[in-house]
Design a binder for this molecule. Structure first.
Ligand SMILES: [Zn+2]
Length: 428
């Protein structure tokens, strides 16, 4: 498996609440000490980043990825300085980091989502194929994991709600090691998370871990690493659309590592995170100055989620309050949050296609729409360096140019049928 240069990375894990250090890493997701919820963070032996051009795909950034075994991957985001969109908006130093399919720019991430940066390091870090990784997803993460697990023959069980099923496609065949479970009956992403948690507690299964998984966060951080290596400095501002907010946390952690490296400027990169109106739990909490998410009635949350076009931004329990989570990332960078309507996102998608030349996924369009708001709110100025993370794009073009295979669910379970007894019968 894998090709080219590979060397396991030297790193430790540290608890962000009590500082406890873990030198043995076997897919550890949290600290064992008694305290409130807190992330672990990877501390890499290499404090300065060397780009290993001879490594495959994103593993050229292996110095700052918790890698333990080679995994075949080709994912690499492409960073460039914008001309069209920048001049339209009146920004003189706008950079774009693009994850997706855009042959003219050398971007060949066939899943058309930056989630393809999460799967390879997670699967490299997790080396026990006698247990099946269980993953809940709003759609994009599952597609990315299915792609990489298929290419490497690694067992994977994905739980996806109905709205996410249309995301389960690939330009390549899926392997038998990959299984898809659908939660039906008006289920949302949270139902998929709940169900996957029940399966993952059974023998033979293990939870992938989501935001708690340092490999997932540092994998996403590669977008920032790629952009800074290309531009030569840390941006002043960083824009991304968020559901769980994990991408924002990852960008913050990557930027702080680059600042400690010392060669890319002593810049505290400010986070500008964006959600799709009317489902905006992170925006609402942050704008109230609250360290806790504001209470939202379940039926109301489901109603709001049904109104957003960027379905992948629909996490009802994002890691906001946890130590090292979204609140800390925003507070540390004196960041901002924005709410963008479907109409504003559609307009941004059209503008991006016209000025830059590629289609955006709905979430990336939400992020792009926030640039205009930030200019109006004067949270950025015309000459500062701004980085827009285009977390997905080129899907329309990919579909026009390639044959697409869809993965059908191996099993469907209704939301109101889920119980411990049913989970044991089906997966025990
Ligand atoms: Zn601890």
């Amino acid at each position: 498996m894998g090709n080219g240069y590979f060397k396991p990375t030297k790193y430790k894990l540290r608890c962000l609440a009590c500082g406890k250090e873990f030198t043995e890493d076997n897919h550890l997701l949290s600290c064992d000490a008694e305290h409130g919820p807190a992330f672990l963070r990877a501390e890499y032996e290499e404090k300065q980043l060397t780009v290993h051009e001879e490594a495959s795909g994103m593993f050229r950034f292996s110095d700052w990825l918790p890698l333990r075994r080679p995994i075949e991957n080709s994912a690499l985001p492409v960073a460039y300085k914008s001309e069209g969109l920048a001049s339209h908006l009146g920004l003189s130093n706008l950079w774009i980091v693009f994850s997706g399919y855009w042959p003219d720019r050398g971007a060949d991430m066939r899943t058309c989502t930056f989630k393809e940066l999460e799967a390879p390091p997670v699967l490299s870090r997790f080396t026990d194929d006698s247990r099946t990784l269980v993953l809940a997803s709003a759609g994009n993460t599952s597609r990315a994991f299915a792609e990489i697990c298929s290419a490497n023959g690694i067992p994977l069980l994905m739980v996806v709600h109905e709205a996410g099923l249309s995301c389960m496609w690939s330009t390549k065949p899926f392997s038998d090691s990959v299984k898809l479970v659908a939660v039906t009956g008006d289920a949302d992403y949270f139902d998929a998370i709940h169900f996957s948690g029940m399966i993952a507690s059974l023998p033979g299964y293990i939870p992938e871990g989501g935001a708690k998984n340092v490999a997932r966060r540092d994998g996403m951080g590669v977008s920032v690493l790629a952009a800074v290596i290309t531009a030569g400095r840390i941006p002043d501002h960083y824009f991304q659309a968020v559901g769980s907010g994990t991408g924002g946390i990852s960008a913050w952690e990557a930027a702080e590592r680059l600042r400690a490296d010392g060669r890319f400027g002593d810049v505290g990169m400010k986070l500008h995170l964006v959600q799709n109106h009317p489902f905006t739990p992170l925006v609402d909490a942050w704008n109230q100055g609250s360290r806790k998410l504001l209470p939202m009635d379940e039926a109301e949350a489901r109603r709001r989620i049904s109104q957003i076009n960027a379905n992948v931004l629909s996490n009802r329990r994002p890691p906001y309050s946890v130590k090292g989570g979204v609140y800390d990332a925003l507070a540390d960078t004196q960041g901002h949050m924005y709410s963008v309507t479907n109409g504003e996102a559609d307009a941004a998608d059209e503008l991006f296609l016209k000025t830059e030349g590629i289609d955006l996924t709905p979430a990336a369009a939400v992020a792009a729409a926030a640039l205009k708001k930030a200019i109006q709110r004067k949270t950025i100025t015309a000459d500062e360096m701004v980085l827009l993370n285009v977390t997905g794009g080129g899907q329309k073009r990919l579909f026009a140019e390639h044959k697409i295979n869809y993965l059908k669910p191996h099993l469907e379970v209704r939301r109101d049928e889920i119980s411990e007894r049913v989970v044991k019968r089906l997966f025990g």
